[in-house]
Design a protein around this ligand. Structure first.
Ligand code: B3K
Ligand code: ZN
Length: 888
């Protein structure tokens, strides 16, 4: 295992591999205690390598048994955790035998056991825990894989590509041989040996080719696979339709496993998924679960082209595949939503994505782990599967689309595949293909300024101030951008910011404008909306033929991942909330109005919710032209973490209290509206997780939640009844959450009932644990009590996260305590988890990222707990990296 002293890997130190492996033949004799791996590879020295170039093979927690070069024993040296071979011929065959122990592998990286079956996870550096190999993404090889195992325990034997042979051996074991026709890096290797059943579906791609799609699960879970399969079918059709990308394999498999470090993995032709992102039926999964499954199934499927056919040269380029693939899955979900609920449904998805970006990525960009979308260095690459690489990376790709248009973007994608199919490339290569396919675009003209999005960490702040000149009928916007310093990066250059904007009259009417002459401005004719392209620290744009003093609606659709200071006051925000044709900015106005009330209260002043504000929200709830999902977003208050980011110094319990107070005011003051909505949004027909149904449930259950918060025993009784008899998990769980969230007397009984109903459903129990860990007023002792539940275990990442991460990262009002008990608990759990699974532990370690922003006495208590934890020897390099950065 890798501990403390791991070296820092630096991007600029990249050197291409000395040897290529054209083909590998792998044989596995699968045994939980001692699996034997035999590999035979054809290697060739690359033209750029000198004749004396050594071959470095990585290896971790595995035992080498024998090594032959061209069938003869060969001397090797132990080096860098693996082995090094010197003085090799130009081309040769290398044969290795090694063993590994899947049953002892609690890291869930490499080959491991879950529920008595074999699974793999190789990204980023798990393959070296299976066999010796140059474990880097720029070594791409064709794999043939032979699996041998006891058919009584492991009747299903899977690997990447096509099944070419299956037979019974003389010793009674089963043998399966798989061949993947596409060269791939080892991180995309996968195998599964398990007792599983599958749902199958045949689909045809545009060229007439037939494909078999399969979803494998444990017996008894087959009734929870329909939605995942449907999502897969939709993803396959969407990628053809939107990007002309067809499935390139005869067979595409998804396998669900309950012990898994993250969401899912895009192994070529054999995706392995956390059960959480596969299994769903109306009785066990919520609308949100159904939605996540759609997007994760899409995401992994889309990787087949963006990630697998074209992969990363090195791990610093991770966003090449992740940012692009998140962008693709977001577009997929938006297109599906729009097909079901129109443009407003598309906007709902966009707002959800931005909300997640601001809740997760903005704090990261402002904290000790801030790193560019293309990082410059790392100790443990697994620590860099971050919201910055994923979600900010997706925003960077989205800005490219904004700058070149949808058509231009599709053209750029075609160019990217024409140039790089089958290669391992860099973020720069993607940008070059996109820009060069669109030579007349602002992206091409100002590529250098745009490229800073990959190089500079931190969220740019954009200040905008407008002045109207009635004599000239012109409106001048002065814009300033600065990007705050981040660890290791002091001075920054201005970035290229696409700023989509419109103007409104005070009466809410649209005000047209002509943007002629402004560099990067849109059409010269008068228009409702323009796209300005900024690339200077300070610049001004004048908009002409503006007939009245306007209210500016800036950064429409969140056209760039920046923090905008538009200097607007309540009057203007109320106009935008009521009338902005851009749904994103309507929502943003509601968020800002709420923040204007919450921030003073979070800093210690009395909370004031004025009549004008309440009236505006009442009007939203009355507006029958609005989609209920959009109404729900407009009424939702900013999260505690987002509020905290707006303050120089934070007192998390006080923030929690202020937010709860405002929720309570909304509950009381708009009570008649909530009661009306409850009645009017009653279900029409049976449950279906479609957009419209989910939207109605979402708003109706918000109403129930707030009605329970008023403390009204009748509403709490109604919620209790729903926990008992709801016909779907969304309504049942939301009712339970309403009781727990309002600390109702009925909450304990409801929790007990719920647990009894779902004793055999691990994913539902995760929700049950998480709901309690996130409950207001939760104490550390109560969390410990939850951990004493016989169903709790640290060894299952979903379960451990449902209690520990939920409490430490999702319940700031309870976790941060003056006596530091929450921090001591955190330190203890990080240590315990680190001994089992460093990747999961390092995630949990990040709960303290923002400790320097804490007010007294929290900051002092947090630092003490962190220093004490850091003093322990034997922490993994994963955790060490996080702690060192946080304390630096
Ligand atoms: N590529 C995987 C993530 C691997 C994480 C390794 N620690 C899932 C995804 O992004 O699709
Ligand atoms: Zn991904």
């Amino acid at each position: 295992m890798r501990t403390d002293q791991a070296p820092v890997i630096s991007r600029l130190a990249y050197a291409p591999p000395a040897y290529s492996i054209e083909h590998v033949h792998l044989e596995f004799d699968l045994d939980p205690e001692r699996t034997r791996v035999k590999s035979r590879m054809q290697l060739r020295r690359n033209p750029w390598a000198g004749a004396d170039a050594p071959l470095q093979l990585d290896g971790e927690d595995i035992t080498l048994q024998s090594l032959l070069v061209d069938s003869r024993p060969y001397v090797y040296a132990q080096a860098g955790g693996g082995i090094r071979l010197d003085k090799l011929p130009e081309s040769f065959t290398l044969e290795l035998v090694n063993t590994c122990s899947p049953a002892a592998n609690t890291h869930l990286s490499g080959l491991y056991m879950s529920g008595g079956a074999f699974f793999t996870q190789c990204e980023a550096e798990g393959f070296r825990r299976i066999t010796f190999w140059p474990d880097r993404p720029d070594v791409m090889s064709r794999f043939t894989v032979v699996l041998r195992a006891d058919p009584a325990r492991y009747p299903v034997l899977l690997s990447n590509g096509n099944l070419i042979e299956q037979r019974r051996l003389d010793d009674g074991r089963a043998q399966a041989t798989w061949e993947d026709p596409f060269p791939k890096p080892c991180y995309l290797f996968a195998l599964v040996a398990a007792r599983l059943v599958s749902r199958q579906q045949r689909v045809r791609s545009r060229d007439g080719r037939e494909h078999l799609l399969e979803v494998f699960v444990r017996e008894g879970d087959l009734d929870k696979t329909e939605h995942a399969m449907q999502s897969l079918v939709l993803a396959q059709a969407w990628d053809e339709q939107r990007f002309g990308l067809s499935l390139d394999l005869d067979r595409f498999m998804i396998v669900a496993v309950s012990d898994f470090n993250m969401g899912a993995m895009e192994n070529k032709g054999l995706n392995i998924f956390n059960t959480k992102y596969v299994l769903a039926n109306p009785a066990t999964a919520t609308d949100t679960d159904f939605q996540y499954i759609e997007s994760v199934v899409g995401h992994e499927y889309f990787h087949n082209w963006t990630g697998n056919r074209i992969t990363c040269r090195d791990w610093f380029q991770l966003s090449l595949k992740e940012g692009l693939t998140v962008f693709r899955d977001q577009e997929f979900s938006q297109d599906l939503a729009a097909a079901a609920g129109g443009e407003s449904a598309r906007a709902v998805r966009r707002i959800e994505d931005v909300r997640a970006l601001r809740a997760m990525q903005f704090p990261e960009d402002a904290g000790p782990m801030a790193h560019p979308v293309r990082p410059d260095s790392y100790v443990a690459i697994d620590n860099f599967y971050t919201p910055t690489v994923y979600e900010k990376g997706a925003e960077v790709v989205r800005m490219m689309q904004t700058l070149v248009g949808r058509e231009g973007f599709a053209r750029g994608m075609r160019e990217y595949f024409a140039r790089h199919d089958g290669q391992a490339v860099t973020c720069d290569d993607f940008l070059a293909a996109m820009a060069e396919a669109n030579p007349d675009s602002e992206l091409a003209r100002r590529r250098e300024a745009f490229a800073r999005w990959y190089a500079q960490a931190g969220t740019p702040r954009l200040r905008a101030r407008g002045t109207y000149d009635p004599a000239q009928r012109s409106y001048t916007l002065r814009l300033q951008q600065i990007c705050p310093p981040t660890p290791g990066q002091g001075d920054k250059q201005p970035q290229l910011i696409p700023l989509r904007l419109g103007l409104l009259g005070r009466d809410g009417s649209r005000v047209r404008m002509r943007a002629e002459g402004a560099p990067g401005a849109g059409p010269a004719e008068a228009a409702d909306e323009v796209l300005l392209v900024l690339d200077q620290a300070e610049q001004s744009f004048t908009l002409h033929e503006v007939e009245q003093e306007p209210v500016p609606s800036l950064l429409r659709g969140f056209s760039a991942p920046v923090v905008l200071d538009d200097g607007l006051g309540d009057d203007e925000r109320l106009v935008l909330l009521a009338h902005d044709p851009d749904p994103f900015n309507r929502w943003e106005s509601a968020q800002r109005l709420a923040l204007a009330r919450l921030l003073p209260a979070a800093a210690g002043e009395e909370l004031r919710a004025d009549a004008r504000y309440l009236q505006a929200l009442r009007a939203v709830l009355h507006d029958t032209s609005l989609d209920p999902a959009f109404q729900e977003l407009l009424l939702g208050l900013p999260g505690e973490g987002y509020i905290a980011e707006q303050l120089p110094l934070i007192d998390p319990p006080r923030i929690h209290h202020a937010r709860q107070q405002l929720r309570r005011i909304l509950a009381d003051e708009l009570r008649d509206e909530w009661e009306r909505l409850w009645r009017e949004l009653a279900p029409q027909g049976g449950y279906s997780p479609d957009f419209a149904g989910a939207a109605r449930r979402g708003l109706r259950n918000l109403a129930l939640n707030l009605l329970c918060l008023t403390g009204d025993a009748q509403w709490q009784g109604r919620a209790y009844q729903r926990v008992k008899d709801a016909d779907n998990m969304t309504d049942r769980f939301d009712a339970l959450a309403a009781l727990v969230g309002s600390r109702a007397e009925l909450a304990p009984a409801a929790l007990e009932r719920f647990a009894a109903m779902f004793a055999g459903e691990p994913l539902v129990l995760d929700k049950w644990f998480a709901l309690q860990a996130s409950a207001p007023g939760m104490t550390v002792e109560q969390v410990r009590e939850l951990m004493r539940n016989p169903q709790f275990t640290l060894r299952n990442p979903n379960r451990a996260r449902s209690v520990i991460s939920t409490f430490c990262q999702g319940n700031p009002g309870s976790f941060h305590r003056a006596d530091g008990a929450g921090y001591a608990f955190w330190a203890e759990q990080v240590r315990a988890m680190d001994a089992i699974n460093p990747q999961v532990a390092a995630r949990l370690a990040r709960a303290m990222d923002r400790w320097r922003k804490l007010a007294a006495p929290y900051a002092q208590a947090a630092e003490a707990a962190m220093r004490e934890l850091a003093a322990h020897e034997g922490l993994s390099s994963d955790c060490r990296e996080i702690l060192d950065k946080a304390l630096a």
